[in-house]
Write a protein that binds this ligand. Sequence first.
Ligand code: MG
Length: 317
Amino acid sequence: MSVVFAVAETVNLRGDGGRVPLEDVLIFANPIAGRGRGEALARNLEARFKGDGLGARVLMDRPGRLLAGDVAGPVRAAVVIGGDGTLRAVADQLLKLRPDDYPPLLPVPLGTANLMVRHLGFRWSTPQLVEGISNAVLARRVRMLDAGRANGRLFLVMVGVGIDAHIVHELDRLRQGPITFFSYLAPAVMTFRDFDFAPLQVTVDGREVLSREPGVAFVGNVKEYGAGFPVLPFARPDDGLLDVCLLPCRTRTDLIRLFLHAAAGEHFLSEGAVYLRGREVTIASDREAPVQMDGDPVGHTPVEIGLLPVQLPFIVP
Ligand SMILES: [Mg+2]
């Protein structure tokens, strides 16, 4: 069952007992998002929210250090301008609050890939961006979603070990300036040329489900993925479980076959593929294999993955 629900007009009780709308909107912006357009958008939003009769505070460059005073009063929403990394940093800060106090998150990408925005179903277009965000905050439809931790770090979408992780590690090593679709081209070609799949050992809830088999492993919470096809097609973001997809792959020929299957959305049917759900997943390998979380390079195996005991609120269209 879906848990989308609308908070039609959330109210709080002030000292005088009067009912007033939740009113503050926090605006987090990565100052370098969209080549500096992040700050301009944050200021435009601040003015718009004030025009809407809400309070607004812009917290530039602060996702990594939310202060207790920032959420001392009622907060209607936390707008996060930037990529998945900025969103994760803000979410990580919210987790320091009491769960009842988590403001719902509204991620807004700006020239950066944002897998979570895609998942939530927002299709922001530049001309109506400010108006669309304002409408979403006023409507405040909230959906509670699971969030994961891998090696102590928060992730919202997916953890990958294998070729995708190689590509994002390689991209990180080569990159200069903002990432575009074409930035992935050279790392992808190099990864395909050089990649030697590490044998992976995968355990789900204490049971070994892959035993020293070379391949690719995806563990996550939502379907969508940057590659444009759902890597975890059966994932539900609110079921308290992680979806796990393991794709054995020994050779480049296997990899091509896997890629073709994936393009058809049938990778989980390929030979030897394992698809299951669980709460605790560990991925180890004899030699270090790169790990990506939500599309960012984050270290190497071994990696321990689980869900947080709390869910995070997100504003949905
Ligand atoms: Mg799930």
